[in-house]
Design a protein around this ligand. Structure first.
Ligand code: AMP
Ligand code: GLY
Length: 423
């Protein structure tokens, strides 16, 4: 079948690499893609996933059968609904529709959903600008640090953790007055949870079935020892050694299954990946957030560990028969170290030439571009994810860091402590 992947990051390169291995994949297109995805299939560099009309037109003209939507923005905006309504043939759409994607698109909605379904999460309240006094009163009932979240999508920047009440109130006022545009016209204030974070991913078919993918831990802060501002993710590890069988059973019983049931109870058809951002709090996993897509850079360690054919899983999802066949993983450990541009997550230069070994190793491109002269250039904050496998965490990390050394570009920046906390 002909497959289209939407997106341009490391997640989409890893998806393209995995999809390409399926005997069911005939033509593979990636829109807009990057210099790495160009090696797995054909890039459509001028197709913007947010331009639904153009996406539909491309699907019809290339006779696409399956569309895998990588990033959250087109999902939250309703691309799946649009394609279901307008496509002239039945498509296999990997990603939830607009009402299902609200689990990521509105933090207020997702908190209300968790509360109604008794899914463990931090206690919270939501406020708009007209409720400023009540919001300040609520802040005063909490203990520092204070967690403020823009209700809507804010490109991963919408969560502010303030160390004291005065800064939290200043921050709250700025958010409600439009610091993140419409996304922060409503703000969720929630209790701070102490603990260690990890992520769990499922693929679900909207009919109550799901398969569990390998769990992962990502490293969000720019600086070593988890210091400094948040980024999209500086590295990841899978599996996560502190997530044992008992924890995973607890995650299934108290989080995954009530989520799936809660969606069905609301009449919401959720098909696609669902990402649970979790925190281990006093021995109990709690939900920090839902995402309606795979994580980045988690995908760069999750998919290399997946032995099952991903396209076959998508077919099962479409047929509503997920989970009938066992999903197979490699037991090896996967690690990835992200190479980023100097300055990231602040302003950074683009267009720096990249030297990268021409090998079968898993250099997943995150922000790269193929120039007209076929030169690979930096084109984003996150540039290349160096993924490697090993029979131990130490071996996988040694392999990832050996790859790190062999990529060259001006301003190459990375964390040298990925996975160290798990050793
Ligand atoms: P989110 O975008 O909701 O994943 O939040 C970004 C990051 O903020 C998370 O990965 C956590 O590190 C942190 N965070 C969010 N909510 C909380 C919370 N209630 N308690 C502690 N940390 C949090
Ligand atoms: N790495 C976190 C995310 O994809 O949201």
């Amino acid at each position: 079948m002909n497959i289209l992947i939407l997106g341009s990051g490391g997640r989409e390169h890893a998806l393209a690499w995995k999809v390409r291995q399926s005997p069911d994949c005939k033509e593979l297109y990636i829109a807009p893609g990057n210099a790495g995805t160009a090696r797995e299939g054909k890039n459509l560099p001028h197709l913007n996933p947010m331009n639904f009309k153009e996406v539909l037109h491309t699907i019809q003209s290339l006779d696409i059968d399956m569309v895998i939507i990588g990033p959250e923005a087109p999902l939250v905006d309703g691309l799946v609904d649009y394609l279901e309504l307008h496509a002239t043939k039945e498509l296999i759409l990997v990603g939830p529709n607009k009402s299902a994607a609200r689990l990521e698109g509105s933090k207020d909605y997702s908190k209300e959903f968790m509360y109604q379904n008794h899914i463990p999460t931090a206690k919270y309240q939501s406020f708009s600008l007209t409720e400023l006094d009540a919001a300040i009163s609520y802040l005063k009932t909490l203990t520092p640090p204070f967690v403020l979240k823009a209700d809507g999508l804010a490109a991963g920047k919408g969560v502010i953790i303030s160390p004291d009440l005065d800064t939290a109130i200043q921050e709250l006022k700025q958010m409600l007055s439009g610091k993140f545009g419409k996304a922060s016209s409503k703000v969720v204030i929630e209790e701070f949870l102490e603990g260690i974070e990890f992520s769990v991913f499922i693929l679900t078919d909207g009919k109550g079935h799901y398969v569990l993918l390998p769990e992962a831990k990502d490293y969000k802060r720019i600086g070593e020892g988890d210091k400094g501002p948040n980024t999209g993710g500086m590295g990841a590890v899978s599996p996560v050694n502190f997530v044992d069988n008992t924890t995973m059973q607890l995650v299934k019983q108290s989080i995954i299954e009530p989520t799936i049931k809660g969606l069905i109870d609301r009449g919401i058809h959720y098909q696609g990946f669902l990402f649970f951002g979790l925190i281990h709090h006093n021995g109990n996993p709690k939900v920090i957030e839902y995402n309606c897509r795979l994580g980045d850079p988690e995908t760069e360690v999750v998919l290399p560990r997946l032995q099952s054919d991903l396209v076959a899983l998508f077919n099962d999802m479409h047929a509503g028969t997920l989970g009938k066949k066992p999903i197979l993983y490699h037991s090896e450990i996967a690690t990835t170290v992200m190479l980023v541009s100097e300055g990231y997550p602040g302003p950074y230069p683009k267009g720096k030439p990249i030297e990268i070994p021409n090998s079968d190793e898993l250099f997943f491109h995150a922000g790269t571009l193929l120039s007209n002269e076929e030169e690979i250039l930096t084109n984003g904050g996150r540039v290349i994810a160096c993924t490697a496998m090993g029979s131990s965490l130490k071996e996988a990390l040694t392999n990832s860091y050996s790859m790190v050394k062999r990529v060259r570009f001006d301003g190459k920046t990375y964390r040298s402590d990925i996975g160290q906390d798990l050793m």
